[in-house]
Each structure stands twice: as C-alpha cells, then as structure tokens.
Design a protein around this ligand. Structure first.
Ligand SMILES: N[C@@H](CCC(=O)N[C@@H](CS)C(=O)NCC(=O)O)C(=O)O
Length: 321
C-alpha cells in the first residue's frame, strides 16, 4: 500500500513535474556511471525551470503525442496525461507495428511524482540507463480505476510497467527487472545466490516493515486527517532501529556497494526525512542515507526522488500545520 486513492480529499499534485529524462538507451552505461557533467547541469537547469513553470520545460512530454487516435481527454493539462480507456488499443497496435518493423518502442511507466514506489523504480531506471515513457496515472483523480488500467494491472497500483507488452507492477520486481533485463552488469542486483538473498531480504524488509510502518503511521493523517497514532510511531521507531542494526559495519545495506535494496530503502527514508522523523538516534541510518544520496546524486536524485519526497512532506504539513 502506498498513496491511497480511497481518500476523497484531493492532494494538490498540480506542480507534479513530468520528466522523461532517461536519455541513455542505445548503450546502457554501467551502474553508477554518473551523467556527463553537461547533462547533469542541463538536468538541474531544466528542473529549476520546471519548478518555476512546469509547462515550459522541454522535458515535459505529452505522452502519446503523435499517436493517431489520441483522445483529447487523455490530456488533463499541459503536464499531465490521464490513463485513457482507449489508449491501450492505440498503444497495442503501435507496439505491434513497431515489432513488425523492428523498431524498439520505449518502455511505459505509469506513475505519480509523490509516490515513493514510483520514485524507486524511476531512480533505478535512470541508473541502469533505461529510457522510460512516463505516463502520469493520477490515482488522486481515479485514473487507476479506469477499465483499461484494471485490465493491465488488476491490483490498480502504481508504478506499473509496460515493456512492449510485458506488464509488471510492484516497484521492487520492476527494479530487479530493469537490472536483469537491461543492466550492463549485475552489480545493482547480484546474481550470486547469497549476495542476491541479502538484497532480497532488505527489499522485503522495506516493503513489509519499513515502508509499511511509514504508511501505517503517517498516511491516515495525510489522506484521512486521522490523528497520528503513538503506537504506530513506536512500531516505526523499532523498525528504523532494526535498519540501524542491519547497517552496522556496512557501507551499503547488502554489502560494500550500492544495490536496488539501497535505492528502495533510501526512498523510504527520504519520506521519513520529509516527514521530519528524528533520525538522530539512528547514526548508522543517517550515515548510510548520506552515502546513498551521494551515490544517487549524479543520477538525478534531486529531480527524481527529492521532489516527490518534498511533496509528501508538504502534504503532511498541510494536515499537521
Ligand atoms: N508494494 C507496491 C505498492 C504500490 C502502491 O500501493 N502504490 C500506491 C501509490 S504510492 C497506489 O497505487 N495506490 C493506489 C490505491 O491504493 O488504490 C509497490 O511497491 O509498487
């Protein structure tokens, strides 16, 4: 469970920047190879422009632009695209045509900027060098309840991936898929069974305990204005304490180098940071989080993750004052 659609109270996502900026497709860069300096600067400038005026960004892409049968209702603003019932048909036929002609179509990812699982998937795609065709699925406006979205993902969650007809949801399997399918090597998701098992354990810990704890403590307030429950805070503190222990003596969560476990966990911890959760009692978490942010910075951490985390922080502030 992540951002819930069940709340009728709408959160303002109008400043949601849409960025299609995973530009390195032809030859995937090795994991952890930073963007060239000029690209990083360019991305930073673009982000500044988007913050000022999202619709002016060259990176703002009307997804499906040029698709012959695009229904106008698919576009909910200059910067957002709804999941439109008829689109899947159009996409299917264009994907099929592309397969016949041998042209590789881009990979669609349905997402919303503040969604933590979406941010983790997008961060991984950027590092691996996978170019994504980002499609806003505004769960706050019920885009995920549309018929075709349900046909694609009966669980109706974001992120959802459509890689030329291969549909996958759940952020962590999506992250693993990016590395397995497109990674130049296995460093982000090691093939060695024991190394991989440690990464998997951290991923499951994040999904079942850490991120779940964040959801259970903060989300009732954010989405339903329900008072924060001190028992849930205690449980969350205990879980962050476990992460602190896991990280004891380790550079990264599953070993000496960055893996998708660090990306998933860091996105969760970035929500904690945005919610002003006190990390002071957890020195290993603090040190690892700084290290991980440093490692992710050259791949657009600010643009891909921090923006969404800040939005989540603002949502909470708007409720707690
Ligand atoms: N474990 C899933 C969680 C996905 C999830 O719950 N996403 C939220 C947005 S952050 C969502 O789609 N909510 C729609 C709903 O609850 O109806 C993942 O990591 O992908």
């Amino acid at each position: 469970m992540g951002i819930s659609s069940s709340s009728k109270k709408k959160l303002d996502t109008s400043n949601t920047p849409v960025n299609d900026g995973r530009k390195k497709k032809a030859n995937h860069p090795p994991p952890l190879q930073p963007l060239p300096e000029n690209k990083a600067e360019e991305a930073e400038k673009t982000f500044e422009r988007m913050a000022e005026s999202p619709e002016k960004s060259p990176n703002v892409k009307k997804v499906d632009e040029g698709t012959p049968k695009l229904d106008e209702s698919a576009i909910i603003s200059e910067t957002k695209v709804k999941v439109e019932d008829k689109n899947e048909t159009n996409e299917d036929s264009s994907h099929a045509a592309a397969k016949v002609s041998g042209i590789k179509m881009p990979i669609d990812l349905y997402y919303l900027t503040p969604s933590a699982p979406c941010r983790a998937a997008m961060m991984t795609a950027r590092i691996v060098g996978v170019e994504l065709n980002l499609k806003v699925c505004n769960i706050m406006e019920g885009d995920h309840m549309k018929e075709d979205y349900g046909k694609m993902n009966p669980q109706r969650t974001i992120p959802t991936l459509n890689d030329n007809g291969f549909i996958l949801w759940e952020s962590r399997p999506i992250m693993a898929y990016f590395v397995n399918q497109y990674g130049k090597d296995d460093s982000l998701y090691p093939k060695n069974p024991k190394d991989r098992a440690l990464v998997d354990q951290r991923l499951y810990f994040d999904m079942g305990s850490l991120y779940q704890g964040i959801v259970e403590y903060y989300f009732p307030m954010i989405f339903h204005s329900t008072p924060l429950n001190p028992e849930k805070l205690k449980a969350l503190e205990k879980t962050v304490g476990i992460l602190n222990t896991i990280l004891d003596g380790r550079t990264f969560s599953a070993g000496d180098h960055l893996t998708i476990a660090d990306i998933s966990l860091a996105v969760s911890v970035s929500n904690l940071e945005a919610f002003e959760f006190d990390l002071a009692p957890y020195p290993n978490v603090k040190a690892w989080f700084l290290r991980t942010k440093d490692a992710l910075a050259p791949f657009g951490y600010e643009e891909i993750n921090q923006t969404g985390a800040n939005m989540m922080g603002s949502f909470l502030k708007s409720k707690t004052g």
